[in-house]
Write a protein that binds this ligand. Structure first.
Ligand code: GLP
Length: 264
């Protein structure tokens, strides 16, 4: 597990985007797992800049988003489909056929729908690089505390804390989604490489528990300790509750010397 510490949210966005860009340059047909949330906005801004100014080519890239709110139409301003279009997809040369986001308006057999999402990931050859944010309660995707570490794509009931965190995003009086479709922890752990980004003091405890605490379904990001190729990209505030920052910095220095390809 590598821990990269940067000054602020803008720097972590730029760092993560550079990492993604070098993965695409190494494999033009990269399968990329994508996340939403405020922390991701800078990543997409920088990827769009790299496309416009440095010809980063998305034409053969395939994407799978982690999750979507159940019940929100793709045109709802807070649907992840809409957010992704606005922030990223409409600004780069990605083939719309290669974009996959769970459909929040689907109805009928949810289990079959989720199994088909898993199958689509397998058909694409699996996710090469997965980007993650983290919730205040340590969730990744919408894998709320007590989610099985072996979980696959499914419907998940959102925790009260997540619903509260989301309230500010929705119009006053508007109904806030209670459920989401999300890749599972087991799905995420099958990605070849994982980047987790976190910014701000409100994430510091969740980040420290994920990196330095026990592996527990109470903090689902802690399951990333089971994965052999994870990089946490943190700003100073998000890293502030870690006890071994000096060690992580030395690990990075040695990694740059010995196995630089791990740094992206
Ligand atoms: C939602 C998403 C997560 C994301 C989290 C953090 O809960 N499902 O994937 O990590 O938001 O969002 P933010 O970056 O806005 O704090």
């Amino acid at each position: 597990m590598l821990v990269v510490m940067k000054r602020d949210q803008e720097e972590i966005g730029r760092h993560a985007a550079r990492f993604v860009a070098s993965a695409i340059r190494a494999k033009a047909s990269l399968t990329l797992g994508l996340a939403t949330g405020n922390t991701m906005v800078g990543v997409y801004r920088e990827l769009v800049r790299l496309h416009r100014e440095e010809h980063l080519d998305f034409s053969r890239v395939t994407t799978f988003n982690l999750d979507e709110y159940l019940g929100l139409s793709p045109t709802h301003p807070e649907s992840f489909q809409h957010v992704m279009q606005e922030n990223f997809f409409s600004h780069v040369n990605i083939n719309p056929r290669n974009i996959h986001i769970p459909d929040g308006t689907m109805s009928g057999d949810y289990e079959q729908y989720c199994a088909a999402y898993e199958q689509a990931i397998r058909d694409a050859g699996g996710i090469d690089l997965q980007i993650l944010g983290i919730g205040r309660n340590g969730h990744i995707g919408f894998n709320e505390p007590t989610s099985s570490i072996g979980s696959r794509t499914r419907i998940k009931v959102l925790s009260s804390q997540t619903i509260e965190d989301n309230r500010k995003l929705f119009a006053a009086g508007e109904e806030i989604p209670q459920c989401a479709i999300t890749m599972g922890i087991g799905t995420i752990l099958e990605a070849g490489r994982i980047l987790l980004l976190a910014s701000g003091e409100t994430k510091a405890v969740a980040v420290a528990k994920s990196i330095e605490g026990p592996i527990t379904s109470a903090v689902t990001a802690s399951a990333l300790q089971l994965h052999p190729n994870v990089t946490f990209i943190l700003d100073e505030a998000a890293a502030s509750a870690l006890t071994q920052r000096e060690y992580y910095a030395r690990v990075l220095e040695m990694t740059a010397l010995l196995t630089p390809s791990r740094l992206g």
